[in-house]
Design a protein around this ligand. Sequence first.
Ligand SMILES: Nc1ncnc2c1ncn2[C@@H]1O[C@H](COP(=O)(O)OP(=O)(O)OP(=O)(O)O)[C@@H](O)[C@H]1O
Ligand SMILES: [Mg+2]
Length: 464
Amino acid sequence: MHRFGIQTKITLPFVLLFTVIIFVIPIVTISLFDRKYDEQFSLETREWLEAIVRTNYIYEPEKVKRAYRAEVVVFGQDGTINSSTITDQTNQALPHLATNLKFHQIQKRLKDESGDEFILKNVTVADKPYKVIYYLQPYGRLYCLMRPIDKIAEAKRQAISLMIGVAGSGALLVIFISYLIGKNLSSPISNLVAFTNRVAGGNLDIQCEVTTQDEIGNLTAAFNQMTVDLRNSRDELIQVERLATAGKMAASFAHEIRNPLSSMRMLTQMLRKPSLTEAKRHQSQQYILEEIERIDLIVKGLMDFAKPEELKLEKYDLQRVLREIASLMEANLQHHKISLIESYDSAVGPVLFDYDKIKQVIINLLLNAMAAQPSDGEIEISTEKNGDQVCMCVSDNGTGIPPSDLERVFEPFFTTKLEGTGLGLANSKRIIDQHGGEMRIESILGQGTKVTIEIPIKANASQA
Ligand SMILES: Nc1ncnc2c1ncn2[C@@H]1O[C@H](COP(=O)(O)OP(=O)(O)OP(=O)(O)O)[C@@H](O)[C@H]1O
Ligand SMILES: [Mg+2]
């Protein structure tokens, strides 16, 4: 029963119940009526025969035939026909009359059973049904009064056909009405189920239309209220999280720029000293400039993270873009004696992405991989088509990341480098998220790191 829908569960019992009622009631009625009619008919036939015996009509079969519209057949003791009113039309039955009317069997029964003066039987003669009443006359003769019952049988047949027609139409009507009732009940539930699925999928900005004023309507209204509450608490949570992130970022930012600022302060104080040599002054000014550049870098990275620009999506040959980046990095890689292995999946066609942003991501990953490499190391960059996604991997056999740091590498300002801003991976992840993709990092300390990026190809789809 579990695999049936609610509509079937509601309608099926009704359909079954009504169908049974619709068919059973007429069948029972017809058979009861048939039995009663047969009893009445038999009683009447018996009374007729009694009257025929009483009035001596028993010796005048033709008169009986005219008066009662019934046939009379009289058998002699040995089963030969003494007299018969059966007409020419049916006289082909005459030779078999004794057999058809079960002469021997009836004669024996009437002779044997004391007190049973008449026997009533339904018999078919020449394809015509009769109610036959048998009466044993003196000298073993058997008198048979045959009342045709073909009209009754025909009426019964018609009644049964009519009943089947009416019951069939009734059953169809019940199915149709049950279907309407079931649909009426189940469609608000189906709507509600579709609505809850959308809510479960994360869309909290919708409301389900309340179409009925019953329990389902109340349930829908309750769901709507629940969605509103959920949306409010989600918004509140986002707000709280935003504030927390902003606080955390402000603290990290303050921490990050405190070092260059304090060294700038020191250097500026030094510049005030009159005893300072020209060379030292020049060097201090150079340091101050470097620190300013570092602050500038941190501010730029932070702005990128805090207020990402809108993507400029276009179709690109990913393989060509990656090759371009690789040749851009070639000199740097050669300098560190690091070899770059490129393996691209030729099945990847044009991919929709923001050229500058993806380039920024890949360069950051290559720089990270290089920073983690001793010289003579190896970095691999690869692509792979994965359904409607393209997978890019940058892996190295460098120092790896300790598990405690691995959870934090996407946090803004998390860095283990002296010169790092700690915004590289945070920004990269943000960019990949903006592309509707996913970025993962796996690392084994002492063995290496693998960063996987998955973005939708979408090149043939509209730029939603
Ligand atoms: N391939 C890698 N191998 C080992 N550690 C890595 C790797 N990639 C990232 N990390 C670790 O993750 C930290 C954060 O990386 P992220 O790119 O966000 O910032 P960063 O490289 O430190 O600074 P920036 O990108 O501004 O130069 C790094 O400091 C480093 O400790
Ligand atoms: Mg980096």
